[in-house]
Design a protein around this ligand. Structure first.
Ligand code: HEM
Length: 487
């Protein structure tokens, strides 16, 4: 057990100074230099096979056995709360702090497992779940991916360095807006500007605010620091205004059309209270765009940094028609294709939600440890996905071939099995797992695949330029930003 770890306050100021003023902040990828600080991960690796560390009041968990226990507890909690009882595990402080600040209330901001969550899941299944409308969902992903590919290529053809991050983020946000409101991002942007009394406010202001809020609130909180960094309150204020405006726009749309949208579907299910609506909208929009955008961005960097991987994928997909690709069984397609195995490596090394924060609402026993009320638990998915015991000495390297049946570490080749055993959980598992899992995989697969096809068709060679470097307090350096360029 280790009870102290360097946290490095100076790092935040470096981050703020270096990236925020120049508008160069990358999305969740920015999380990784901190959460995946090599010194911290090495320390966690040393703790293996224990897979558990106390730092202050926070219990860091990265051991599959305990992970499985926590998922089982969430399942038990679901039943308890459906019967009106109090669940043992709640949403952790990281999610809660930001949510409360955005909402500006002291009331519950997240929906605990139970009937309400069931209602929400059913509503979300209509907009992002694979059900009868799967073809429609895939069609809207294809339209968005085509627009994104065109825009990025147009920028690249100017012969300058291009930071793909803003385009990726707009594209992911566009997908979730299209799915939840039925309108384009441009149309949404115009309506948004009419609702919010901030000059030139558009969805890009919102995207910047999300990143700012993540950095100023969530990252310190994930590190057990109870502080808000400069600029944070302003960012959170913008997020709150955005959410209010989104709900207003959804209501306007419902009044003038018979097509259901997220808010009207929720209303049909009896969820009409402002605070609850805002909580759902907040979670869905942030969870639905920042995550896929982060993985897509880092995916572009890794693709063009690794020509061998890129060429293998190209050989596989050169004649593939993404407009009619069937990705019903997402994990199967991931394991059985070059592009899929590349995505699995991205999800392993850069799980978009690298920390699952939970709070202990009632005294409990976890893996023989007694945890008292108020304990914060953080599951570190990066540590889980990169420990040497499970993934071998090259655990930190992106190697898609490790997923080929029979060749992966310790003979564990099946994604389903690794999930079941609590070893590979980019989307978490159990009742609180990601509701957008299939949607996200489809978005990643189609968008990256289409981009690779277009790049090869135009004969362009793309290089990764100017990777930003930050130093951590522990003396290690990490890559942050990057740009692409036709060379
Ligand atoms: C690569 C992309 C994504 C990854 C890796 C990812 C991962 C996760 C993880 C690990 C959780 C559990 C978080 C926790 O318990 O604290 C989660 C929850 C959630 N995700 Fe995703 N996600 C992705 C994309 C999406 C998309 C595209 C959507 C919506 C369309 C979405 C919607 C949600 C929602 C609403 C929750 C909350 C579920 C709950 O509270 O029970 N996610 N996601």
């Amino acid at each position: 057990m280790t009870d102290a770890i360097p946290t490095g306050n100076g790092l935040f100021h470096k981050l703020m100074n270096r990236w925020v003023p120049s508008g160069k902040l990358h999305n969740l990828v920015i999380n990784y230099p901190i959460i995946s600080d090599p010194a911290r991960l090495a320390m966690m690796n040393d703790q293996w096979p224990g897979g558990i560390v106390w730092i202050g009041n926070i219990l860091y968990v990265f051991n599959p056995i305990l992970v499985r226990e926590l998922i089982a507890q969430q399942l038990a909690d679901q039943k308890v709360s459906q019967n009106g009882g109090t669940p043992v595990l709640g949403r952790g402080g990281t999610v809660d702090t930001l949510g409360r600040m955005v909402m500006g209330t002291s009331g519950p901001i997240t929906i605990e497992p139970g009937n309400e969550w069931k209602i929400l899941n059913a509503a979300l299944a209509k907009v992002v779940g694979y059900s009868a409308n799967m073809e429609e969902i895939l069609a809207s992903i294809v339209v968005n991916a085509d627009e994104f590919v065109d825009e990025l290529l147009q920028e690249l053809k100017k012969g300058v360095n291009v930071d793909p991050s803003p385009l990726v983020k707009s594209s992911s946000l566009g997908m979730i807006i299209q799915r939840t409101l039925g309108i384009s991002l441009n149309d949404f942007g115009t309506r948004l500007a009419e609702k919010i009394n901030i000059p030139e406010f558009n969805y890009r202001t919102y995207l910047d605010a999300v990143r700012m809020a993540l950095i100023t609130h969530m990252i310190p909180s994930q590190m057990g620091m109870n502080i808000v960094l400069p600029g944070g309150r302003q960012a959170v204020d913008i997020l709150g205004k955005f959410t209010e405006a989104y709900i207003d726009i959804a209501k306007d749309l419902a009044a003038s059309s018979t097509t259901p949208n997220l808010v009207s579907i929720l209303a049909q299910k009896g969820i009409t209270e402002e605070e609850q609506l805002a909580s759902i909208v907040n979670q869905l929009i942030a969870a639905g765009h920042e995550t896929t955008a982060g993985v897509l961005t880092v995916g572009l960097r890794e693709l063009f940094n690794q020509p061998e991987v890129l060429n293998k994928i190209w050989e596989e997909i050169r004649n593939l028609n993404f407009n009619s690709v069937d990705i019903h069984n997402s994990f199967r397609i991931l394991e059985n294709s070059e592009l899929g195995r590349f995505l699995l490596e991205l999800l392993r090394l850069y799980p978009a939600t690298p920390i699952i924060p939970l709070s202990v609402n009632k005294d409990m026993i976890l893996g023989g440890y007694s945890l008292s009320l108020g304990t914060e638990i953080q599951i570190n998915l990066i540590a889980l996905h990169t420990n040497n015991a499970q993934w071998g000495q090259e655990a930190h390297e992106l190697k898609p071939d490790r997923w080929i049946t029979g060749e992966s570490t310790k003979g564990q080749s099946s994604v389903a099995r690794l999930k079941r055993e609590g070893i590979f959980l980019p989307f978490w598992a159990g009742p609180r797992s990601c509701v957008g899992e299939n949607f996200a995989i489809a978005e990643l697969y189609i968008t990256l695949g289409k981009f690779i096809q277009s790049v090869f068709e135009t004969g362009a060679k793309i290089s990764v330029m100017s990777q930003g470097i930050i130093e951590t307090s522990t003396g290690t350096s990490n890559l942050v930003g990057f740009e692409l360029r036709i060379t």
